[in-house]
Design a protein around this ligand. Sequence first.
Ligand code: NAP
Length: 290
Amino acid sequence: MSNIIITGCSSGIGFATAVMLAKNKNVVFATMRHPSRYQELQDIADNKNLPIIILPLDVTDDNSIKNAISQILFYTDKIDVLVNNAGIGTLGSVEELPIEDFIGQMDTNFIGTVRCTKAVLPHMRKKKSGCIINISSVGGRLFNYFNAPYSASKAAVEAFSECLAMEVLPFGIRVAVVEPGVIDTPLQDKCKSQIKETSYPNLQRCVAFFSAARDHHVPPDVVAETILKIVNGESTRFRNPTGPDSLPFLGFRASMSDEDWIAGADIDEETWISMMKGMHLDVRKYLTRF
Ligand code: NAP
């Protein structure tokens, strides 16, 4: 049994992970920005008698993190695992996305991970044990057009995690990275809802790619299972690509040179559609003009 903190539990992967870890006899401190707006997790915890304690935590706010950790250390004298899951995204061109999108995604996805990690490290180092699981993305290793703020923030999480893993190893603290492919959560709708008029016609390909990939309906439980395996020690890997499309996407990228990958952004539409078909993605129906 472990005491586990998870950020961003109001929906998607954080929500599914809180339930799965609690069902597997762990005590879960499920944190979210606005607990009063989300009753569902509390209802599941109550109905199924699961050890889930919901607390407010905004990963962009140092005071909020400090308060949450103090409350957790009031409940328990040991934090075993931190899952840095909270994340946001947008889709759009570097030219047209406001600078605030770059700053916001860096602040939430990367600096938020750094903030929460720094908050638990003194405790884990003194206890000489602990595990920090950072939710990155295939997008943290495979860089695609119209995904610059998100990919840059997740690439930063990857680099940060590898440096951290080496620093904390002598103190018995483990770091692992989870790299989901496209998972069926509210995140994609949130990204798409922000798309504005564009001078970049290829943005439609990016949107069609994500829509077609989402048609595979990979549930967030798939990611929760990977996290459970890391917590249980069943997976001892540092990088954990997760979901049926993660390894094929990473393999596809690794199969070509950087130059060929970039040149792929300018191929004609029919060639692109058949290339996507080769990856089991039916993108044609999603190619709406902006
Ligand atoms: P989601 O359902 O939108 O969940 C994102 C969670 O992050 C929500 O609970 C959201 O809370 C929370 N959050 C956002 N900003 C926050 C902040 N400042 N402080 C605390 N919590 C905050 O999306 P998801 O797919 O489950 O995403 C979870 C993680 O998986 C993210 O790191 C994402 O990048 C990663 N991921 C997702 C996919 C995918 O295809 N879905 C693929 C690869 C990686 P609010 O309700 O308050 O906004």
